[in-house]
Every structure is written in C-alpha cells, then in structure tokens.
Design a protein around this ligand. Structure first.
Ligand SMILES: *Cc1c(COP(=O)(O)O)cnc(C)c1O
Length: 420
C-alpha cells in the first residue's frame, strides 16, 4: 500500500485545472479498506473500537466517513469536540483525552456524553465543580521510568501527561467515593511506532495495571484504551506494521492476565490517528522556481504552512514526480517552500529525476498530521483539502484559505484613527 498515489499525471493536470495547487488529496476507498482491515484484525477484542484522533485530520467529511467505518472520535479540544458533533459522532463514541483542560471543554464533553479521560488527580475536583462527575470515568496512566517512550512523544518520565501509578489507584478510589460507577484506563506513550512488540508491551502494561487496581480497590475496569501511535512507513525501505502480530500478542497477554484473573470481559479500544489516514493523503504541488547556488533547489508552490513535519521533526516524506517515475533519479535537490525559514524544506539532498519548472511534485503520506499542523507564519495561507470519493469523483472538503481569512482578525478601518 506504499506510495500509491491514485492519479496519473494527466488526471492530476485535469484536476489542477479545476483546483489550483497546492492541495492535499485524500482517498476515501483506501481509508475505508484500511479501516475494515483494522476492525477485522482486532475483531476478537471485546467492544473493540478505534477512536480516530481528530487532531490528525480534523475534517468533518473525513470524520463522517470514519464514523461509517465504525470509528469513534478521540478529541482533546473544544474545536475537536465540535467537529465530532458535526460529524454525528456522539456519546460514548467520543473519547475526550485532553490535558490542562479548561472548564468549558469539560462542559461540552459532558453535554455530548463523551467518555472523559482525566489527565490528573486534581481534575476530579475540577470536573466535579465545572461540569459534574459522569457515571463513567477514565484516567490516563503515565508509567514514568517503568517504560521507554519514543522520539516523537519522548520519555514518559519527562512527558506532561497522565497520572503516576500511585495516583491512579487513589484516583479510582476517590472517583468511586464520589459516585462514579464505571471505569476506564488509558495510556498513550509513543507515536509513529513501527515496532509491534512495543504495542504489545503497552497492552500488557495496562492489563497488569487492571489487575493491580482490582487487587487494591476491588474495582473492575470496564475498558482499556491503548492510545494511538501505530506507525506508518514514511520511507521506502520501511515495512508496514504487522497488525496480525500485534493482535495475537495482545490476545496472549489478555488471556494470561485478564481472563486468568477472572477480569474478562474487558473492553479494548485504541486512538490511532496516523495509521488510519496518514498513508492515504498526498500534498500535490507544482514547481515554481529552480535555483542553483551551492546546492540545487526546487521551489514549490507549497510551504511548511501545508506540511510541517519535515521542518519540525526532520521527518522523511517520500516525493514523486508524476510522469517521471521511471526516469533515473540522478539529480540531488533540496525541495523547498517560500517561508523565510531555512527549515522550510520538504526534503534535503533528495535524489529525484531532473525537474523542470511547472512539474507536478507529489509529497506522500500527508493524510495525518499534515494539513492539520499548518500555520500562518509569514502570511502563508493553508491549502485546500480534496477527497477522491469511492466513485472516483473528487470533492473539495475544505477550500484553501484566502488573504481575507488571514486578515479577518484585523480591523484596518481603525488604523485611520490610530496615530496621525
Ligand atoms: C496524538 C494522539 C493520538 C493519536 O496519535 P497517532 O500517532 O496519530 O496515532 C491519540 N491519543 C492521544 C491522546 C493523542 O494525543
């Protein structure tokens, strides 16, 4: 499924005639097929659901597709809760996993009857006072030095998220005293992790904690939320995650820890974002300028405003030039945007076919944490989002920003009376 950009050069040119570059293009059928694969691999899990991490691709049209595929929404802000609501995802199909949360967000989460996943012991009081305690409450576990993290999220010990193990036990006790009846346990320790064993170990850690909580408090946890973080192969030499291997590994731990201790059924859910949509999005751009100084530069009509990952993480995104796939990749380029920041580069020293002004350049695997991370620094405007429907028809699901959007928060008329 790697690098399967769905259009030919000719089809892309036709599309560009209607929708000028740059834009992100997503593929509905690929997203649906991937979602059903996820569901079938984990079908043995009691109550399995993936709450799609809305931050990865916060577009209500995509959320509606994912809802049809049986997914819920993992939200962590007011806007994300509102997007889930717009897409018709409601009640316990929303997981509200936020941190440093303001009262108004708890209030909306309660109104939508979302599952609330608390990030701190002190939030029990805060939630009770601001929005009241729900019947079902979940807590986010941070194992600290007991488990290693990975590069994107960092080490659990240094991460701001979650409760310590000791606090967790106390949190469940307090919540029960205050009338909470049903309980969940959550963690989120890694992002873009391609090691299957890591994901199995995370499940094992939570299962052990479920047993521990039961021993210490008598509480029977209703669900564990394994978080997101399943990786995708951004690089040609990387392999896709073996979901079957993860599933079997988790099942062994479930039998060994949950079934054997009489704690079944325990529902299992996840919050993957990246692996759900990441591989099925492409940033489609055109070459504006070529420049030859100490290195050779390809200047695109997109910038970091459309895709930050290479600039902020040095992340690799595969690049192809439709129509030139079979030409020798014998030219070395830095592929850049137009921001006045030297890290506004989509690729550094990338071997590509010889490139000309006007060529289409496709940047791959932008379906998650792509458009969503965009920003307006330097007056850059964020691109449109298009969806290739299962029928092959292409719909615009978000227009590009205009200069008026950028200036919308300024009142130029007040300038006249401001200083002579
Ligand atoms: C970002 C995030 C996710 C999704 O992470 P992916 O790497 O996109 O799978 C899930 N849960 C929480 C709480 C997050 O912050």
């Amino acid at each position: 499924m790697k690098y399967n950009y769905p259009l030919t050069r000719e089809q892309t040119l036709e599309l560009i005639a209607r929708h000028p570059t740059p834009f992100h293009l997503y593929d509905e059928q690929m997203i649906r097929d991937n979602a059903s694969r996820l569901r079938s691999v984990f079908a043995w899990m009691p109550g399995f659901i993936n709450y799609f991490a809305v931050k990865a691709l916060p577009n209500p049209f995509i959320l509606k597709v994912l809802k049809e595929c049986g997914m819920g929404a993992d939200c962590s802000s007011l806007a994300e809760l509102m997007l889930a609501e717009q897409a018709g995802i409601l009640g316990e199909n929303i997981m509200f996993s936020s941190n440093n949360t303001p009262a108004e967000e708890f209030m909306l989460a309660r109104k939508l009857r979302a599952i609330i996943n608390l990030d701190d012991l002190s939030h029990i009081d805060y939630l009770e006072k601001s929005a009241g305690l729900p019947e079902l409450l979940s807590f986010r576990y941070n194992p600290g030095p007991l488990k290693a993290g990975n590069a994107i999220i960092g080490q659990p010990e240094e991460a701001k998220y979650g409760l310590t193990g000791t606090q967790l036990i106390e949190a469940f006790r307090i919540a029960r005293q205050r009338g909470v009846k049903r309980f969940g346990l959550h963690t989120m320790l890694a992002s873009n992790e391609l090691n299957e064993d890591y994901h199995v170990a995370t499940a094992k850690m939570l299962f052990e904690m479920v047993v521990e909580i039961n021993h210490q408090t008598g509480i029977q946890i209703e669900f564990v939320d394994l978080g997101g973080g399943y990786g995708v192969p951004y690089r040609p030499e990387q392999e896709e995650l073996d979901l079957e291997k993860i599933s079997q590994g988790i099942r062994r731990e479930y039998d060994h820890l949950i079934v054997a201790n009489g704690l079944a059924p325990l529902k299992i859910c996840m919050e993957n974002g990246r692996m759900v949509t990441g591989p099925f999005g492409w940033l489609v751009t055109r070459v504006r300028h070529l420049k030859h100084i100490y290195r050779d530069y390809v200047g695109l009509d997109a910038s970091m405003a459309d895709l930050m990952r290479p600039g902020i993480y040095g992340a690799y995104h595969h690049i192809t030039v439709p129509g030139k796939e079979t030409q020798p990749h014998d030219h070395k380029y830095d592929v850049t945007g137009s921001l006045c920041e030297n890290n506004d580069k989509f690729a550094i020293g990338r071997m590509l076919p010889p490139i000309e002004v006007g060529d289409i350049v496709v940047i791959h695997t932008t379906g998650a944490h792509g458009h969503a991370m965009g920003f307006n620094y330097n007056g850059q405007l964020r691109s449109a989002e298009l969806l290739r429907r299962s029928s092959g028809e292409i719909s615009m699901i978000r227009r590009a920003e205009s200069i008026n959007d950028y200036f919308a928060t300024l009142d130029f008329s007040a300038l006249k009376n401001f200083l002579p």
